[in-house]
Design a protein around this ligand. Structure first.
Ligand code: SF4
Length: 325
């Protein structure tokens, strides 16, 4: 089986963007690959955060991932900071990565704009830590969306450069072509994100979910109920395509174009679908929240399993670099 690595930040909420863009794929491929999934808390500290809330966020995210269907008997799920080899390998990789390459990363530029008062070195070196996350386990496949492809290319370049300088050590990780759509925010922004406040959480309370949908941006051309719409540019319709069956989608599409359905009804139908889809996940989540020690056990088990791989890689890296005195 090929080995897959993927990580998710503990931002405090698991939202539709995370679910559709990553987590449902993680679940879908868990029996087809040797999957290592990681709560990447060291990445999360590149932005300002509430220190007291962080342990709860990590545990809550792990609980949510298990509720979404990750099977701890099939995957290794652990917390990044529980294995210091990630940071150690990242340091090694910073020594084979140029400043120019990191400065050209588009995500660094966009994040720098978002947090102009906190452009720290960690933010700059973020893709180097990502490369370390993947290569520490010699993962050959990484399920990424388009916005991460540039980082993955950098990981390949880092692997090539290390191998050329110190001897063949790392595979060049390739994209795993699962469906990883970028989900737009409810405000129409390019990406759904907690920091932008334009998200719907997987475990959103029904009243909040309905309220968020009610104020979500649709087709701006539909000013009045009688105006015909353009579902192809409407974010609500794009969400219907994930959560409603194809017959319903076809019906909504033509009803929108002829103004036979209004946005209020269309959003209500989406809300019904979301609540139905996530009901079993929410139920499992509730149950698991009452058993946090079980979730901690899963994370510790994942840590133990990954530690063996991480130790082996770092022993090899140190030997090849002449650091094994
Ligand atoms: S009817 Fe539905 S698909 Fe059409 S514009 Fe309104 S919300 Fe979007």
């Amino acid at each position: 089986m090929e080995r897959v690595f993927s990580g998710i930040q503990p931002t405090g909420v698991l939202h539709l963007g995370n679910y559709l863009g990553a987590v449902r794929n993680w679940v879908a491929i868990q029996s087809d690959y040797e999957c290592i999934y990681c709560v990447v808390d060291l990445h999360a500290v590149t932005q300002s955060y509430d220190v007291a809330a962080m342990p709860g966020r990590i545990l809550e995210l792990a609980t949510g991932l298990l509720a979404c269907g990750l099977d701890a008997t099939q995957v290794r799920l652990f917390v990044q900071s529980s294995l210091p080899q990630h940071a150690e390998l990242a340091w090694v990789f910073t020594c084979v990565t140029s400043m120019g390459e990191l400065g050209r990363q588009t995500q660094f530029k966009s994040k720098s704009e978002q947090q102009a008062d906190n452009i720290n070195v960690g933010l700059f070196a973020y893709p180097v830590l990502q490369a370390a996350d993947i290569l520490l386990y010699k993962a050959s496949r990484v399920p990424v969306g388009e916005d991460q492809e540039q980082h993955l290319e950098l990981s390949r370049e880092i692997a090539r450069r290390f191998n050329a300088r110190f001897g063949a050590t790392f595979p060049e990780p390739r994209t795993l072509f699962t469906s990883t759509p970028r989900i737009r925010g409810l405000d129409g922004a390019a990406k759904m994100s907690k920091s932008l406040g334009n998200h719907i959480a997987v475990d959103e309370d029904e009243a909040v979910l309905r309220r968020k949908l009610a104020s979500a941006v649709t087709d701006p051309a539909r000013q009045k109920r009688a105006d015909p719409g353009h579902p192809e540019i409407c974010n609500i319709y794009s969400l219907h395509k994930f959560f409603s069956d194809s017959g319903s989608c076809q019906e909504i599409e033509s009803a929108c174009r002829t103004a036979a359905i209004g946005c209020v009804d269309c959003k209500k139908r989406l809300g019904d679908q979301l609540l139905a889809h996530f009901a079993p996940i929410r139920e499992r989540w509730r149950t698991l929240r009452e058993r946090p020690d079980e979730v901690r056990d899963v994370l510790r088990q994942g840590q133990r399993q990954c530690q063996q791989l991480a130790d082996a890689t770092m022993a090899e890296v140190r030997a090849k670099m002449g650091l094994n005195w």
